[in-house]
Design a protein around this ligand. Structure first.
Ligand code: PEP
Ligand code: MG
Length: 944
């Protein structure tokens, strides 16, 4: 027969510490502690399987469950020598939930079960403490009435207050026995009035009622939401723990408390916790009395304290991890109620893991395996002052796009951000959405907040790359940038008003909260010596262990030399993606870029026509040649100005790009640097169509004649913007499609790359450029672009290559690219998966608009995770696997990486490891996370 109920106590247990699936965390811990001979009040655990049966069968449990439960109860009664509900010396039990993963406060608990009108008198006589017995009974009726019988807590609180008022006392502890009798009588009336039934006097009926209520609480909205937020599956179920009550409220020789074997906030090896003398556990949790620091217990109850220290040290050694424990001291006797691995901050996690390796408690591998990679983020970003943060109430919540705490005053445009920052103000840039044009504002802002956009929107990607706390897609913001105002869920906020963001949770606060800088970051940016930071040393040590384990290479997505230097310090050994277009937005470049774009169509056409005519002139004879020469002269005249502007602007951009690339090569010290040819649709570099329309209208309204020149200028820009307008720009004229139609752009970029490489190589620094062609969907596209790059390589490096080893490869980011990867591999020397676009096109889901409804999809279980954050392994993942398999079927050793945002996401990194990629590339601030996650991937699924 299936076993549903597991006893523990008296130095024995049916279950084991490893049976968390079945017994829940608490039940497994109790079994393990009991077997180890620790002083655990005995009891039994009803398994999680029963919870699922309860839900599936609408509360109608199989008979075997009740039979096993009855047997376990009789066994317990024998062990402690007391009976549940006994009128003379009753056994009292607690009934608590306990799931596999801790869900603090989300489900229900009942204490003092077994009390009734008779047993309460027995308890009073046995303990010689009538007040204690009556108070326990009134607490029980209140809890049972609320949790099991569904009566509102207020109905009881109302009666309690009424009695307190009547007998003129303020605090519960001052109620006399007679007053408590009245409270009990009133409580029983409340129960009858609300349910039409008397309060149950049969203790076994009480127990079934409590058990069922705990099972029901698994599905309550609070618990369901908590599971959703923490990725805990709904089908795990909770166990129910029935355990002998021990009392911390039997006078001054009793106490109750909670603690950690080390400090969970910092990781310091200090015994840490709180206790309350003469109190029950719920008093500690409820916060009605202020607990004392645990060190005080050494003075108050020295014997119990000594024993507690011994036991908890043993527990820590046994579990090889920090323990979070609960205890009760009943008349000088210590009982352990719970122990489990303590939840910790990112900083504590690193300190603890490294300390424990040094103490010989765990191995470096165990240290690496134990740390949640995402928690490293907390070490790299400013954090809010914890007390202020706890008290602050968020005014809104968006997507947690880039972690860290930021505080400042609100500004609504990039220009205002720069303006306020120049005056020494810390600003938060608030926008509907950000565009590349906002980059100067973003760079001076402490943080960025947007009303729209998802996890791969511009603000999110750039925020992460800059390490700037960002919250995006915060739908309740109603922004009127022109009026420099917004409302946040109805509250008006203007320019200069205080605001704070938590980029790790997505919360927005309408006040200033104090922050402190990251110590690790100060070492990385050079403002603190590594020797001066113990935390940094431990951080590096841990990541050093990770590096020894991992198989995946770690590169960074970095666009400029500063980002690249930072990435190198974080441990990146190579750049996996330099988005060259980001360099185009600098104020000294943008005017040339705009000029180039405006002349590109005519300029490129002119170049083609002139080249064609020239070759025909060369081949022609006689009259035909004269005619062609005439045509050539006419073409030169017609297209000359456009050609000059087009090639002239590209010439201006060349040295700028060259110096950026040289900076990247130097920063990466001989590691590979992947530079991608221009990718975004050209309209992104031009002013917005709507803004231009408004400008023209305004100028006209102010006076046609007066503004004639300005109107002509703006109208010209408007017509160019309209020419470039596309209904679906992300599926339009971008990526290699630009390079193919405007080959001069690719040519200029390739030339800049090779010139920079040669320059740096000549100074003795090794260089490994990798030229990457974006958005390739057919081998022919790659072949055409590659030809141009090779021509430029030969022009700059000569036939010999001048000692510069370079590769030409492609992004695989269009589904057709992945499906024809074998054909593409015949021309490519490497692949890099662009999983942002691959997800966008694989799902047919716009990465800029999906934020609007993905939240709904997640809330309703349509998708488990945002696919732009965590790779959709079963769908888009197949495209990656096909790409790898087909690519390597042609070139066995083809180098393959990933440079989409997923390259910094731990669960996606596990996928890429298994798929056989050579490296992942992510934003510099995620490099440490990727190093750790890659090592964990290797530990979980070793690869040779
Ligand atoms: C991608 O699509 O994954 C990628 C890295 O390119 P981008 O985000 O610049 O489109
Ligand atoms: Mg892309």
């Amino acid at each position: 027969m299936d076993k549903f109920v597991y006893s523990f106590g008296g130095g024995k247990a049916d279950g084991k510490g490893t049976m968390k699936d079945l017994l829940g965390g608490k039940g497994a811990g109790l079994a393990e502690m009991s077997s180890a001979g620790l002083p655990v009040p005995p009891g039994f655990t009803i398994s999680t399987v029963v919870c699922n049966l309860y839900t599936a069968r609408g509360g109608n449990l199989p008979r075997a469950v009740n039979e096993q439960q009855s047997k376990a109860l009789v066994k317990l009664e024998k062990l402690v020598g007391k009976e549940l509900g006994d009128a003379e010396d009753p056994l009292l039990v607690s009934v608590r939930s306990g799931a596999k993963f801790s869900m603090p406060g989300m489900m229900d608990t009942i204490l003092n079960l077994g009390l009734n009108d008779k047993s309460v008198l027995g308890l009073a006589a046995k303990t010689k403490n009538e007040r204690f017995a009556k108070d326990s009974y009134r607490r029980f009726i209140q809890m049972y009435g609320n949790v099991v019988m569904g009566i509102d807590k207020d109905a009881f609180e109302h009666e309690l207050s009424a009695v307190k008022k009547k007998v003129k006392v303020v605090s519960d502890v001052d109620l006399s026995v007679e007053a408590l009798d009245e409270v009990i009588a009133r409580y029983k009336t409340v129960v009858e009035k609300h349910t039409g039934e008397k309060f149950p006097q049969n203790a076994r009926t009480q127990l079934r009622g409590a058990r069922d209520a705990v099972f029901r609480s698994w599905m309550n909205p609070r618990a369901t939401t908590y599971r959703k937020l923490n990725d805990i599956p709904h089908d795990l179920g909770t166990a129910v723990n029935v355990q002998t009550m021990v009392f911390g409220n039997k006078g001054d020789s009793s106490a109750t408390g909670v603690g950690f074997t080390r400090d969970p906030a910092t990781g310091a090896n200090e015994f840490y916790g709180e206790f309350l003398q003469n109190a029950q556990g719920e008093d500690v949790v409820a916060g009605t009395r202020t607990p004392q620091p645990i060190a005080e217990l050494a003075h108050v109850l020295p014997k119990a304290y000594k024993e507690l220290r011994e036991i908890t040290s043993r527990l820590e050694t046994h579990y090889k991890d920090v323990q979070d424990f609960e205890f009760t001291i009943e008349e000088n006797t210590l009982y352990m109620l719970q122990t489990r691995a303590g939840k910790r901050t990112g900083t504590a996690a690193v300190n603890l893991a490294v300390d424990m390796v040094e103490e010989g408690l765990i191995t470096p591998k165990e240290a690496v395996a134990r740390i949640e990679p995402a928690s490293l983020d907390q070490l790299l970003h400013p954090v809010f002052e914890p007390k202020q943060r706890m008290k602050a109430k968020p005014a809104a919540k968006g997507l947690p796009a880039s972690p860290g705490a930021a505080t400042g005053v609100v500004v609504f445009t990039a220009e205002d951000a720069v303006h306020w920052a120049k005056r020494g103000k810390k600003v938060i840039l608030v926008r509907m959405e950000t565009v590349p044009d906002d980059i100067h504002g973003m760079s001076v802002a402490q943080g960025v907040l947007t009303a729209t956009g998802g996890m791969t929107s511009h603000a999110a990607v750039v925020g992460r790359q800059m390490g700037k706390p960002s919250v995006v897609g915060c739908g309740v913001l109603k922004i009127d940038a022109r009026a420099k105002q917004m409302t946040v869920d109805g509250v008006k906020v203007g320019e200069g008003d205080p605001i704070s963001l938590d980029g790790s949770t997505g919360e927005v606060f309408l006040k200033q909260l104090a922050t402190s800088p990251s110590e690790v970051l100060r070492v990385i940016d050079g403002s603190l010596k590594p020797k001066a930071s113990k935390l940094y040393q431990k951080f590096e040590k841990l990541l050093g262990w990770a590096d020894e384990i991992r198989k995946l290479g770690i590169r960074a997505n970095a666009d400029g030399p500063e980002d690249a230097k930072m990435a190198f310090e974080f441990g990146a050994r190579g750049i996996g993606l330099c988005r060259t277009e980001h360099m185009f937005f600098a104020s000294d470049r943008l005017p040339h870029v705009v000029k180039m774009i405006l002349a590109a169509a005519d300029g490129q056409k002119g170049l083609d026509v002139v080249a064609d005519l020239k070759s025909r002139v060369d081949e022609a004879r006689g009259g035909q040649a004269t005619e062609l020469r005439k045509q050539l002269a006419a073409a030169k005249k017609e297209f000359g100005p456009a050609i000059d502007t087009y090639t002239g602007s590209l010439k201006k951009l060349l040295p700028m790009q060259r110096s950026d690339f040289a900076g990247l090569f130097r920063a990466m010290k001989g590691n590979p640097v992947t530079i991608r040819a221009l990718d975004p649709p050209l309209h992104e570099f031009l002013p917005k169509r709507e803004e231009l329309m408004v400008k023209v209208a305004t100028l006209r309204a102010q006076g046609e004649r007066k503004n004639k020149a300005a109107i002509a200028r703006v109208s010209k820009m408007l017509s160019a913007v309209e020419d470039l307008h596309e209904f679906n720009p992300m599926l339009g004229h971008r990526g290699c499609r630009l390079g193919i139609t405007y080959p001069e752009i690719t040519r200029m970029q390739a030339r800049a790359i090779f010139q920079a490489a040669l320059q740096v190589a000549k100074r003795g620094v090794p260089v490994k450029p990798e030229v990457m062609i974006p958005l390739v969907s057919s081998v022919e596209e790659l072949r055409l672009q590659k030809q141009i790059v090779l021509e430029e390589a030969e022009k700059v490096l000569g036939k010999s290559g001048s000692g510069v080893d370079f590769l030409i490869g492609t992004m695989i980011e269009v589904p057709r690219g992945a499906l024809t990867a074998d054909e593409i591999a015949s021309e490519a020397e490497f692949f890099s998966f662009g999983t942002n676009d691959l997800t966008q096109m694989g799902f047919g889901l716009s990465r800029d608009d999906a934020g609007k409804f993905l939240g709904y999809y997640q809330d309703h279980g349509i998708i488990a995770k945002d696919p732009f954050v965590s790779l959709d392994a079963s769908g888009v993942g197949q495209l990656v696997e096909i790409g790898v398999q087909k690519g390597r079927s042609v070139k066995k050793k083809l180098k393959i990486g990933v440079c989409g945002e997923h390259g910094g996401d731990p669960s996606s990194i596990h996928f890429f490891h298994k798929a056989g990629l050579d490296y992942v590339s992510c934003s510099p601030y995620r490099v440490p996370i990727a190093r750790l996650a890659a090592a964990q991937a290797q530990l979980a699924a070793p690869r040779r």
